[in-house]
Design a protein around this ligand. Structure first.
Ligand SMILES: *[C@@H]1O[C@H](CO)[C@@H](O)[C@H](O)[C@H]1NC(C)=O
Ligand SMILES: *[C@@H]1O[C@H](CO)[C@@H](O)[C@H](O)[C@H]1NC(C)=O
Length: 483
């Protein structure tokens, strides 16, 4: 045998012996860790929570006077219109919608194209009565709905002015801007068939992508409870209140915003968002209102107001492609009818005793109320019934066991926080003396005379307000003239 091949053989034996030993060592280290050390270095989380722990987590629940014992009827409305240049396959849609249509048992009204309609029916849980989901395939595109009919070309021109043109399209603007109409129409369409709901909500189809246990969601009793709380906070009747979860407070410079300045754009959205692009480019999420609603009359009012301002800004050459920007403007114009939940309110009583998660800022998740999953979807937890909230609390606690940052800190059960009136939120940012700006746009069918003229304030204004005092809310109020 040649010395070379002998050496090779010896090397091979050496390799295999070394690797076997290494493997054994690794395995026994892991075993030792799991059996002995783990118990001592594990993050200080007690999985055996006591009754008192759960009670503490519930402390933000408002004690409301149970004036009505009736359980309201709740409807969810959503839509699934595939985008022309979407990279998502049918399987992706099936996967996202499965956690919504297949899990949530609340009555649903879904708008979609004739092609996707059978798929939606197939995803819906078979155990539920057929009548619990209405599929409306009358529109093949969101440009078919009356308020957006004939706007394809205008929206295409508007797209050229969009700084985020590369991931936005005219079709996407239309999907976003169709929501208030679709919600209102669904409620009316069902009412005409004798199906009347006390509350209806727009809910984005993709908003249930994560592990959850929500079934009868939003819990009708909980909805009634938070509307009672909202009525108390705003001094308005429950049926006049619109609910919109928020995500950040606006930059104080917006206190000078006026009706004529147009939709309010920002890099981190004010309101809870649609994660259309999550997973692809998590850092560039363009968020839009993924959940909002109220009574039938409030939904109708909101739809009228939304399209009145949409058309007003559109005819003035302003960019109206992102529904959330219009919503932001409406928050400032009609704060008295809106109430909200703000998970990261540092002054909320429920926040007491919780250190914000170190991961809060970069990821915009978790944070001020304990382990609550993704901040974007805190409203889901907030509107769930008590036992589902407890189940979700334990799911998040377990998920958070191995986070990289702040692993040494004790995990707390996700807490319920209070509701807030939009006026309080805005006054927190703008100062107690802030008042909603004067309104001049006439809302069809609303017998309100325009308040003092808003004329002459901003026809030619291009106001760009920039980041301030480390506030997350980067603001741009700009007049974008598209050709
Ligand atoms: C609840 O309502 C009843 C009847 O309207 C009233 O007498 C009572 O004081 C209220 N309680 C609270 C806590 O508001
Ligand atoms: C679909 O919705 C629209 C708008 O609400 C309504 O006019 C139409 O009748 C509905 N179509 C079906 C088939 O339900």
């Amino acid at each position: 045998m040649l010395p070379l091949s002998r050496a090779r053989a010896a090397f091979r034996i050496l390799i295999s012996r070394t690797s076997v030993r290494l493997l054994a060592l690794t395995l026994s280290t892991i075993l030792l860790y799991v059996l002995v050390i783990d118990e001592h270095v594990r993050p200080p989380t007690r999985f055996g929570m006591t009754f008192a722990d759960y009670e503490e987590a519930e402390m933000g629940t408002a004690s409301v006077n149970k004036s009505s014992t009736s359980i309201p009827k709740v409807l969810l409305v959503s839509a699934m219109f595939p985008l022309a240049k979407s990279k998502h396959s049918k399987a992706d849609y099936e996967d996202w919608l499965g956690r919504f249509l297949g899990s949530v048992t609340t009555d649903l009204y879904m708008y979609t194209t004739p092609e996707l309609a059978p798929m939606l029916r197939q995803i819906r849980d078979d155990a539920l009565p057929i009548s619990s989901m209405t599929v409306n395939a009358s529109y093949t595109s969101p440009f078919d709905i009356p308020p957006l009919r004939g706007l394809e070309e205008t929206y295409t021109r508007m797209n050229n002015m969009d700084k985020e043109k590369w991931h936005h399209s005219p079709g996407l603007y239309a999907i976003w801007n169709a929501k208030p109409f679709l919600l209102d129409s669904a409620v009316k369409h069902l009412a005409a068939q004798g199906k009347v709901y006390d509350y209806a909500f727009w809910n984005d189809g993709g908003s249930f992508r994560r592990t959850h246990r929500y079934k009868e969601w939003p819990s009708p009793a909980r909805v009634e409870q938070v509307w009672e709380e909202g009525a108390k906070l705003t001094g308005r009747k429950k049926e006049d209140l619109l609910f919109f979860p928020i995500f950040q407070t606006p930059d104080w410079q917006l206190r000078k915003w006026k009706e004529g300045m147009g939709p309010i754009a920002n890099s981190v959205q004010f309101s809870e968002g649609t994660l259309y692009f999550l997973g692809e480019r998590a850092g560039l999420i363009k968020a839009t209102g993924s959940f909002f609603g109220g009574s039938a009359s409030t939904i109708q009012w909101f739809s009228k107001v939304f399209y009145a301002y949409h058309h007003y800004y559109l005819t003035r050459g302003l960019f109206v492609g992102i529904d959330q920007d219009i919503f932001n403007a409406l928050f400032l114009l009609f704060p008295e009818r809106i109430f909200t939940v703000w998970m990261n309110d540092p002054l909320a009583p429920a926040h007491k005793g919780i250190t914000p998660s170190p991961s809060l800022k970069p990821s915009l998740e978790r944070g001020y109320l304990g382990e609550c999953g993704a901040e974007w979807f805190y409203y889901q937890f907030w509107l769930a019934d008590r036992s589902t909230r407890d189940v979700m609390r334990m799911i998040w606690l377990r998920e958070e066991r191995w986070r990289r940052w702040g692993w040494w800190k004790e995990r707390k059960l996700c807490r319920v926080t209070r509701a807030m009136s939009m006026l309080d939120v805005l006054r927190r940012s703008f100062g107690e003396e802030w008042k909603s700006p004067p309104k001049s746009v006439v809302i069809p069918g609303e017998n309100r005379l325009p308040t003092s003229s808003a004329s002459g304030q901003s026809d030619a204004t291009t106001t760009t307000l920039r980041r301030n005092k480390g506030n997350f809310w980067q603001v741009q109020v700009s007049k974008r003239q598209y050709p």
